[in-house]
Ligand binder design. Structure first.
Ligand SMILES: [Zn+2]
Length: 60
């Protein structure tokens, strides 16, 4: 049994289209909003976390 580590990806947009397609099972494409407060947004489907490049601390 494998526990997936939290995934983060640094992006330069405040809305990111996520379809879970990176070698995974995928899911319907949704838009993930990146918070202007903490610079992070999470996909409710696959758990992918998107961190805005202006918030490098949020990616840690
Ligand atoms: Zn996703």
């Amino acid at each position: 049994m494998t526990i997936q580590a939290p995934k983060t990806e640094v992006v330069d947009k405040w809305n990111v289209a996520c379809d879970g397609g990176k070698g995974g099972s995928g899911h319907p494409r949704v838009w993930v909003g990146v918070s202007h407060d903490d610079g992070a947004g999470k996909c409710d489907y696959c758990g992918q976390v998107y961190v805005h490049q202006d918030f490098p601390d949020a990616a840690k």
